[in-house]
Design a protein around this ligand. Structure first.
Ligand code: AMP
Ligand code: GLY
Length: 428
């Protein structure tokens, strides 16, 4: 197969890696790109969020499968345009992508189809927001309705702060159109995890479960980020738990989409909160794989990712066999000093070959590029995800951290506690 992959971050490097390992795949094209993906794929310098350009490239290459990594092209309907030309696409069209593109739409969808989630109000004015906040106790949860690159959800300790955020979103429009509406919902205590279900709109297959570490610094301190590391699978997300997720969340979601006449071929990302008594609620849907979850999930996945993506895109998932997880993977993000706020770019990265030459280590690139002198340099906030794999979580973790010791660039920082205490003893 010739596969065209859209997106140029760590998630897409992991996807290109998984695709390249499939006997079905002969040729991978990617747009845009980073220095890591460039070693696995032919590169095209276009912005896949521009439907015209994305369609143009797909028509030119005539691939057997298009895989769309990020949310922006999905919400922009790129999958629809390409699918209309008869090319199979792994990724939902604009209608399905509203599950991620509008939090209000997702909450109403869940309410309509009996899918457990926090009680909520949708507010378009500060007066409505005031009323919704006053019904609740701290901490307050306020979310911008639209896409906000991970910066649209707020957890606030006081009524004053929550009100200020609502004013910023609804009146001062700090997130533009994305904050035209806000969702205010009950705070849910518990432990978060991510469950990815690949679906073709009628049936689904789970990928291994994972947990992301969103705060910048050790001990879950510091600002929220796109994710500083992830591990997969999660020990307590056993078969009984996944059956419950299936029954309470994924089956009703897939059925609900069909009932609402929304086609969906791609990944349903279920961000779940699990409370002390095992109660499950959906925090959010995404319509794509997570970053950095994918960098851990795909190395942990025992199956053929290309076959799975193709079956989803073709609507023939029912004919595939469900694969079980065979390995553990821990992915640690190396970031630029200052991330998630201002950071500098262009620092040469050393030790990449030595690190990725180690047993059970894969180095996925996120924000990297090749400079004029042919050096691999940092070009983003999250620069690399260094992944260790193994037969258990401690050995996967040890491999990731041993490889991190080899890699250097100016201002690099990473969390030392990814997957720590998750079935791993603190002295390991
Ligand atoms: P979201 O973008 O909806 O996933 O929210 C971002 C993060 O905010 C989540 O990963 C949670 O850590 C936190 N969060 C969102 N909604 C809630 C909630 N209702 N209760 C507790 N924490 C939440
Ligand atoms: N790591 C969270 C996300 O990809 O949405």
């Amino acid at each position: 197969m010739r596969v065209l992959l859209y997106g140029g971050g760590g998630r897409e490097h992991a996807m290109a890696w998984a695709l390249s390992r499939s006997p079905l795949v002969g040729e991978i094209h990617c747009a845009p790109c980073n220095a890591g993906i460039a070693s696995l794929a032919k590169i095209h310098d276009i912005d896949p969020s521009d439907p015209e350009k994305a369609l143009d490239l797909a028509e030119k290459l005539s691939p057997d499968l298009v895989v769309i990594g990020p949310e922006t092209p999905l919400v922009a309907g790129v999958a629809d345009f390409i699918r209309e030309r008869g090319i199979p696409v792994f990724g939902p069209g604009a209608l399905g992508a509203r599950l991620e593109g509008s939090k209000a739409f997702a909450k109403l969808f869940m309410a309509r189809h009996g899918i457990p989630t926090a009680d909520f109000d949708i507010c378009e004015t500060v007066e409505q927001a005031d009323a919704a906040l006053c019904k609740r106790t701290p901490p307050y949860i306020v979310k911008a309705d639209g896409l906000a690159a991970g910066k649209g959800a707020f957890v606030l300790g006081t009524l004053l702060e929550a009100r200020e955020i609502c004013i910023n979103l609804l009146q001062r429009k700090i997130l533009g159109e994305s904050g035209r509406k806000v969702v205010i919902e009950d705070f849910l205590p518990g432990e978060e995890l991510t469950v990815l279900a690949v679906t073709d709109g009628s049936t689904f297959r789970f990928l291994p479960s994972s947990q992301d570490h969103k705060r910048a610094f050790d001990g879950d301190k510091g600002p929220n980020t796109g994710g500083m590391g992830a591990y997969s699978p999660v020990a307590w997300a056993d078969d009984t738990f996944l059956q419950k997720v299936s029954f309470q969340v994924v089956e009703p979601t897939v059925r609900g989409l069909a009932l609402d006449s929304i086609p969906f071929r791609g990944v349903l990302y279920c961000g779940l909160m699990v409370d002390q008594s095992g109660g499950i609620r959906v925090l959010e849907y995404n319509v794509r794989m997570g970053d950095p979850e994918t960098q851990a999930v795909l190395p942990a996945f025992g199956g053929d990712f290309a076959a799975l993506a193709l079956a989803s895109a073709n609507g023939s998932l029912g004919k595939t066999v469900a694969e079980s997880t065979s390995r553990f993977a821990v992915g640690v993000v190396m970031a630029s000093k200052g991330y998630p706020s201002y950071y500098e770019k262009g620092f040469p990265i050393s030790g990449l070959e030595r690190a990725s030459g180690k047993d059970g280590v894969i180095v996925f690139h996120s924000g990297t590029t090749i400079n004029g002198a042919g050096q691999t340099v940092s070009s983003g906030g999250r620069v690399l995800t260094v992944v260790g794999t193994g037969d258990d979580l401690p050995s996967a973790r040890a491999r990731a951290y041993s490889a991190l010791d080899d890699i250097r660039f100016e201002g690099a920082f990473y969390r030392k506690d990814i997957a720590l205490g998750k079935g791993v003893k603190h002295d390991e």
